[in-house]
Design a protein around this ligand. Structure first.
Ligand SMILES: *[C@@H]1O[C@H](CO)[C@@H](O)[C@H](O)[C@H]1NC(C)=O
Ligand SMILES: *[C@@H]1O[C@H](CO)[C@@H](O)[C@H](O)[C@H]1NC(C)=O
Length: 209
């Protein structure tokens, strides 16, 4: 009798250890060597960086395997996926936004304000960032020109959209804005809306603005 209760205690103890181990191992990130960063997201970030020129070396921390510690990169501490990317530079950083950012499928917040993107057009793939689930986008004073791509209207979870100080950008048809039903902050100072026919209507459509 005493022997079997002893055995029961051992079995229970082993079960507890097993459950504890399972919990710990399932909480571990899916990458080896204790890094949080997801390798394909790290590669995407490096490719994004390769599209930029950074003479002041503001992105010097962007090396090594742990991309979650790089300047401006925030990962989910549960999954390791990059959720926030913020690269602002007082126009020290120039270059282009590469579509490798689409690999950051869990991105919620992108801030690329105050960089010099050389008066190119805003790339249309921006409307697919974070699989279209981006919540915050800031491209203020980032030196883009031309038409604001209506593809931004595909970012249906967008809560804030900041496109200030783009003196050479314009939007003639703001129907895409009315598709952003969750929008709470919209700023487009200096964007030429003079020939936008429908902007009051588009903005009145938004319940949270
Ligand atoms: C994970 O992040 C949340 C919020 O960002 C924080 O409150 C929490 O302490 C973090 N957990 C760990 C284990 O770092
Ligand atoms: C996003 O929006 C644009 C224009 O508003 C549209 O042409 C395009 O097909 C959309 N893309 C996706 C993936 O829904």
């Amino acid at each position: 009798m005493a022997e079997s209760s002893q055995l029961l205690r051992v079995v229970m103890l082993l079960t507890m250890y097993f459950l504890l181990f399972q919990r710990i191992s399932s909480a571990l990130p899916p990458t080896p060597a204790g890094t949080l960063c997801v390798p394909r997201e790290r590669d995407a970030l490096l490719d994004f960086k390769a599209g930029l020129t950074d003479p002041s070396n503001l992105l010097s921390s962007w090396r090594g395997v742990e991309c979650c510690r790089w300047t401006g990169v925030v990962c989910s501490n549960r999954t390791g996926h990059v959720v926030t990317l913020q690269v602002k530079s007082d126009w020290a950083i120039r270059g282009e936004i590469r579509p490798s950012l689409l690999t950051l499928r869990h991105l919620k917040q992108l801030d690329l304000s105050y960089n010099d993107f050389g008066l190119k057009h805003i790339p249309t793939f921006i409307g697919a960032l974070g699989r279209g689930r981006l919540m915050h986008l800031d491209l203020s004073l980032s030196n883009f020109r031309g038409r604001i791509p209506p593809h931004l209207g595909n970012l249906s979870d967008l809560v804030s959209l900041q496109l200030n100080g783009m003196r050479y950008a314009y939007s003639r048809d703001l129907a895409w804005v009315s598709r952003l039903r969750k929008l709470q902050v919209l700023s487009m100072l200096h964007i030429d809306l003079s020939r936008a026919v429908d902007w009051t209507h588009a903005i009145n459509m938004l319940p949270n603005l």
